[in-house]
Design a protein around this ligand. Structure first.
Ligand SMILES: *[C@@H]1O[C@H](CO)[C@@H](O)[C@H](O)[C@H]1NC(C)=O
Ligand SMILES: *[C@@H]1O[C@H](CO)[C@@H](O)[C@H](O)[C@H]1NC(C)=O
Ligand SMILES: *[C@@H]1O[C@H](CO)[C@@H](O)[C@H](O)[C@H]1NC(C)=O
Ligand SMILES: *[C@@H]1O[C@H](CO)[C@@H](O)[C@H](O)[C@H]1NC(C)=O
Ligand SMILES: *[C@@H]1O[C@H](CO)[C@@H](O)[C@H](O)[C@H]1NC(C)=O
Ligand SMILES: *[C@@H]1O[C@H](CO)[C@@H](O)[C@H](O)[C@H]1NC(C)=O
Ligand SMILES: *[C@@H]1O[C@H](CO)[C@@H](O)[C@H](O)[C@H]1NC(C)=O
Ligand SMILES: *[C@@H]1O[C@H](CO)[C@@H](O)[C@H](O)[C@H]1NC(C)=O
Ligand SMILES: *[C@@H]1O[C@H](CO)[C@@H](O)[C@H](O)[C@H]1NC(C)=O
Ligand SMILES: *[C@@H]1O[C@H](CO)[C@@H](O)[C@H](O)[C@H]1NC(C)=O
Ligand SMILES: *[C@@H]1O[C@H](CO)[C@@H](O)[C@H](O)[C@H]1NC(C)=O
Ligand SMILES: *[C@@H]1O[C@H](CO)[C@@H](O)[C@H](O)[C@H]1NC(C)=O
Length: 442
């Protein structure tokens, strides 16, 4: 039993929630008739200095860009250059006589929003452009704009993109395309010329083909999840020594995990789940010092589960479910309690040592027999979902770090039995005592 936190602490999350709701409601970009009237695009913009005490002397946005914003239904009644703008939707530089936009973030656009080539062309000072939930009809991006962008994000927006169109954004350091179909013959078309890229997400984008062999740049984040990528994971990927997260999940990748995978020494999060990868987990992975999140689930990986995972101090998430691993699970309770999530179910030849781990953990695998083979098939009712989620740590990680309380939890039913036994024997003893007493008196 943990002591309940003091009342003010309990109120804190509620307060935060309220604040969040308020701030999201305060600002949405879709212009609405209830907004204050916007100045006519043709009249020169009124200097906002008359009503704001802002010390800025360059607070007038380039009229061309102001018109472009208005054509996109972005409210411009307030100077879009005044910071912070709602959701940081617009950020300006400090050039004069007119300021220019460097960042534009559109979200939750109305479906009749038009994105004209002319408007986009006037925005060629942008370094960062993002669309989130903007189902606007896609248009060609002017080359000036494509070259000036450092960051481009398109999440569930623009209906579809083309690989050739994206390939013009050669100065990008960050590219995020998610939940938008990208028509391309392969990732190399999109990425081939982006030599400055640091972080790339092209997920749920219906991209097929192979993972390019030459990803020879300074990438720190790769997410190609949820596409139709096929073939092997190129071993050249291990050259990306700054790579911190790699997500190739939900594709059609085959072959083994490259044996020199451990060369990815900066890696923290890796997900290769839901592919058709085979072979063993390479030993070299033990050399990656800061691994926190490992998802290799739903492949055809085999061999034994390596012990070295237990030595990884930062590991919090380990999902090895639904593979073909065999042998004895090499983990003890101390290790398993340290993880937020561990899943090993759906490996029919894997078993756990019941002198080390309790069946209460519901790992979704059978206990081992004498020779390290599963004694019986794992209980079917625990495996209903088939994704190994029954081994979710919530079974034994309920916020308490005290292992003795854990044991109590596991032996709870035994205590009830013990209590009953003591109760019953006391009653029997009492009856015998009474009988003896009555005999002596009688
Ligand atoms: C967009 O809509 C989503 C869901 O309706 C909401 O969570 C989000 O805060 C909105 N974003 C903006 C910038 O209005
Ligand atoms: C303002 O926007 C909301 C949500 O998009 C919409 O339901 C409402 O009808 C709009 N109001 C006006 C006056 O256009
Ligand atoms: C706006 O950007 C600033 C600086 O980048 C950041 O600190 C702030 O949290 C952002 N605000 C919102 C609402 O995203
Ligand atoms: C972007 O890249 C192009 C071509 O590689 C280069 O000529 C140009 O100077 C870059 N643009 C900016 C704004 O850095
Ligand atoms: C996904 O790609 C296939 C061809 O590779 C195409 O036939 C299909 O229409 C695409 N789906 C979407 C939603 O674009
Ligand atoms: C994809 O691009 C190819 C070649 O440019 C074109 O023939 C095809 O119609 C495009 N498919 C879609 C779904 O846009
Ligand atoms: C990679 O990044 C490092 C540090 O961020 C930098 O020193 C190096 O020049 C970059 N290399 C390339 C090829 O961009
Ligand atoms: C990988 O991508 C999938 C689907 O896009 C997502 O659910 C998962 O959390 C990602 N994993 C990591 C480690 O980022
Ligand atoms: C593991 O799978 C690989 C490739 O599918 C196979 O060659 C190998 O024999 C398997 N090893 C074991 C121990 O099952
Ligand atoms: C990496 O994994 C950790 C632990 O599961 C998670 O909290 C974090 O959000 C992940 N980061 C990324 C970039 O996926
Ligand atoms: C559990 O396993 C770890 C790593 O193998 C080891 O350091 C630790 O001593 C073990 N704890 C117990 C209680 O056996
Ligand atoms: C289970 O663990 C005990 C104690 O560490 C050990 O003696 C026994 O050999 C193990 N059994 C198997 C099948 O590994």
């Amino acid at each position: 039993m943990s002591p309940s936190p003091p009342k003010p602490l309990l109120l804190l999350p509620l307060l935060l929630l309220l604040l969040r709701t308020a701030s999201t409601e305060a600002a949405t970009l879709t212009a609405n008739a209830t907004l204050p009237p916007t100045p006519s695009p043709t009249s020169s913009p009124t200097p906002p200095t008359t009503r704001t005490p802002s010390p800025s002397i360059h607070s007038i946005l380039d009229p061309k860009q102001l018109r472009a914003l208005q054509s996109m239904d972005i409210p411009t009644a307030k100077d879009p250059c005044i910071q912070p703008s709602p959701h940081n939707a617009t950020i300006c530089d400090s050039s004069s006589p007119f300021r220019h936009l460097v960042s534009l973030h559109l979200s939750n656009c109305s479906s009749d929003l038009a994105l004209s080539y002319t408007a986009l062309k006037s925005l060629s000072t942008l370094q960062s452009l993002s669309f989130t939930n903007c189902p606007v009809t896609p248009t060609r991006f002017p080359l000036d704009l494509a070259l000036s962008l450092r960051s481009f994000t398109c999440i569930h927006s623009l209906k579809h993109l083309t690989g050739v169109g994206l390939s013009h954004f050669v100065n990008l350091t960050d590219l995020t395309v998610s939940n938008v179909p990208v028509n391309t013959s392969g990732l190399y078309v999109v990425l081939g010329n982006m030599h400055k890229l640091r972080s790339v997400t092209i997920s749920n984008a219906n991209v097929t083909g192979y993972i390019p062999k030459h990803l020879l740049f300074n990438l720190t984040h790769i997410d190609f999840s949820g596409n139709g990528l096929k073939g092997r994971i190129p071993s050249s990927i291990t050259l990306l020594e700054n790579l911190e997260s790699l997500n190739l999940s939900s594709n059609a990748l085959t072959g083994g995990i490259p044996s020199n995978f451990g060369d990815l020494i900066s890696l923290k999060n890796v997900s290769l789940g839901s592919n058709s990868l085979s072979g063993a987990i390479p030993d070299s992975i033990s050399a990656i010092p800061d691994l926190a999140h490992v998802d290799l689930s739903s492949n055809q990986l085999n061999g034994t589960i390596p012990k070295f995972f237990a030595e990884m101090k930062n590991l919090r998430y380990l999902n090895l479910a639904n593979n073909e691993f065999h042998g004895v699970l090499p983990f003890n309770l101390t290790f398993m309690k340290r993880l937020a999530v561990i899943k090993v179910g759906g490996n029919s030849n894997l078993c756990y040592n019941h002198t080390i781990l309790s069946s209460k953990l519901k790992l979704g695998i059978a206990p081992c027999g004498k020779h390290g083979l599963p004694l019986s098939p794992p209980p079917a009712k625990d495996d209903s979902s088939g994704d190994g989620s029954e081994s979710d740590s919530s079974d034994y990680d309920d916020g308490s770090d005290d292992s003795s309380s854990k044991k109590e939890g596991h032996h709870g039913p035994n205590k009830v039995v013990l209590g009953l036994a003591i109760g019953l024997s006391s009653i029997v003893f009492l009856i015998v005592f009474l009988i003896l007493l009555s005999k002596r008196c009688g």
